[in-house]
Design a protein around this ligand. Structure first.
Ligand code: KG4
Ligand code: ZN
Length: 347
C-alpha cells in the first residue's frame, strides 16, 4: 500500500511516498532555513506563504522520485497538528483537495506520532544495510521524542498505542538548544550549530544546573538551564570579556552536557522500569550524536536502541507522516474515507 505523506507544520514543506509504512520511495523536503535564518527564527506568516509557493513543486517531485502517478497512491496522510496553524492549513487543504478529486482515503496524523514512526523508515538499501538492525521494531517500546516544540516519553505496547510516561513542564530541549545558540551568536538552526561547537569544547569547564528532578516522575524541565546560560553570558559581557571561540565552544559543550544528562538519565531509568524490548529516540534532537552515544552507554545491552536511519528522518519530513498514516489506516480502514481533515491536533 502506497501512502502519500504531506507535512507543513512548521518550516519544512515536505511530500513523500512510503510503501507499507516502512519503505521510503521518495521523501522531498524543501527547507525554509535560509529564509528564517535572517530573522533567527520562524515567522509564521512568512512560513505559510512559502509553503503555498512550494507545496505543488514538492508534491510533483515526490511523485517523480517515487516513479508513480497520483492515481497509484492508495491513501493520503497529512499532518493535522500540532504546529503553526497557517502552515498546517496549506498541507491539510492540499491533502483534502487531492482526496476529494482522487476519491482516496485521507488520514490525519499528529506530528509527534509522525516523529515516533520515523524509526520504522528506510529506503530499500537502508533497510537491507547490514550495519542496521533489519528486523522491524518489536513492542513494547519506550520512545523519547525530543524536538523544538515537544519533549516526551511514551510507552508503546502496539501500533498507535501511546501512553504518556513523562513530558517537559516548560521548554523542550530543542528550544533550549535554539535559544543558547542565539545567545552564543551561533547560526540558525541552533541545535546542529551548538552540537558542532560542542565538539571543539570542554564539557567540564562550566557547570550548568541539571534539570534532573528527583521527584519520582519522568518529567523534564529545560527553562532553568536556558536561563542559567543567559545570566552566565550576560555576566561575561558585563565584565567586559569577549565571547572568544574557546569560550563559545566550552559553553556550548557544557550546556549540551547538562541537557544530555537530564534526557539520558530519565529515559534510561524509564526503560529499566517499564522493562521494554526496545528504546527509541525521535524528533529533531535525535540527530545529536552526543545524546545517542550517551544513551547507548547507559542502556542495558539486551535492549534494542534505535534512532532514525538518516538525519532527514530526524527533523520534520513527510515520510514519517506517511508511515504513521499507514499504521493508523491499517488499524481501522473503514474510519478513513475521502473525507475532510481539520488542521488540529488529535492525539
Ligand atoms: O523535529 P523538528 O525538526 O521540529 C519540531 O517538531 O520542533 O526539531 C527541530 C529541533 C530544533 O530545535 C533544532 O535545533 C533541533 O531539533 N536539532 C538539534 C539537532 N538537530 C536539530 N538539536 C541538537 N542537536 C542536533 N544535532
Ligand atoms: Zn517536528
Amino acid at each position: 500500500m502506497k501512502i502519500l505523506g504531506i507535512e507543513t507544520s512548521c518550516d519544512e514543506t515536505s511530500c513523500a511516498v512510503v510503501e507499507n509504512g516502512t519503505h521510503v520511495l521518495s521523501n522531498v523536503i524543501f527547507s525554509q532555513i535560509p529564509l528564517h535564518a535572517k530573522t533567527g527564527g520562524v515567522v509564521p506568516e512568512v512560513a505559510a506563504r512559502e509553503h503555498v509557493v512550494k507545496i505543488i513543486p514538492v508534491l510533483k517531485k515526490a511523485l517523480k522520485d517515487a516513479k508513480i502517478s497520483l492515481n497509484e497512491i492508495d491513501a493520503i496522510a497529512a499532518t493535522a497538528g500540532p504546529g503553526l496553524l497557517s502552515s498546517l492549513l496549506v498541507g491539510t487543504v492540499t491533502a483534502n483537495t487531492l482526496a476529494l478529486f482522487l476519491n482516496k482515503p485521507i488520514v490525519p496524523v499528529n506530528h509527534i506520532e509522525g516523529h515516533i514512526y520515523s524509526n520504522w523508515l528506510g529506503t530499500e538499501d537502508e533497510i537491507k544495510h547490514e550495519t542496521w538492525n533489519n528486523s522491524s521494531p518489536q513492542f513494547p517500546i519506550l520512545v523519547l521524542t525530543v524536538s523544538g516544540g515537544h519533549n516526551e516519553i511514551y510507552l508503546m505496547r502496539g501500533h498507535m498505542d501511546f501512553k504518556l510516561i513523562g513530558e517537559t513542564r516548560d521548554d523542550a530541549a530543542g528550544e533550549a538548544f535554539d535559544k543558547v545558540a542565539r545567545l552564543l551568536g551561533l547560526p540558525y538552526p541552533g541545535g546542529p550549530s551548538v552540537m558542532r561547537a560542542a565538539m571543539h569544547g570542554d564539557k567540564n569547564r562550566f557547570k550548568f544546573p541539571r534539570a534532573i528532578m528527583n521527584d519520582g516522575t519522568f518529567d523534564f524541565s529545560f527553562s532553568g538551564i536556558k536561563t542559567a546560560v543567559l545570566y552566565f553570558i550576560e555576566k561575561e559581557k558585563r565584565a567586559g570579556r569577549k565571547l572568544t571561540r574557546k569560550f563559545v565552544c566550552d559553553t556550548a559543550a557544557s550546556f549540551q552536557e547538562a541537557v544530555i544528562d537530564a534526557l539520558a538519565v530519565k529515559f534510561t531509568t524509564a526503560v529499566k522500569k517499564y522493562n521494554v524490548k526496545e528504546a527509541h529516540l525521535a524528533g529533531g534532537v535525535s540527530a545529536n550524536i552526543a545524546l545517542r552515544e550517551r544513551i547507548v552507554k547507559m542502556l542495558e545491552t539486551d535492549v534494542v536502541f534505535r534512532y532514525p536511519k538518516k538525519i532527514e528522518y530526524c527533523t520534520d519530513n513527510a515520510a514519517m507522516i506517511a508511515s504513521a498514516g499507514y499504521f493508523k489506516y491499517k488499524l481501522s480502514p473503514k474510519k478513513f474515507r475521502a473525507d475532510y481533515i481539520e488542521a488540529k491536533a488529535e492525539f
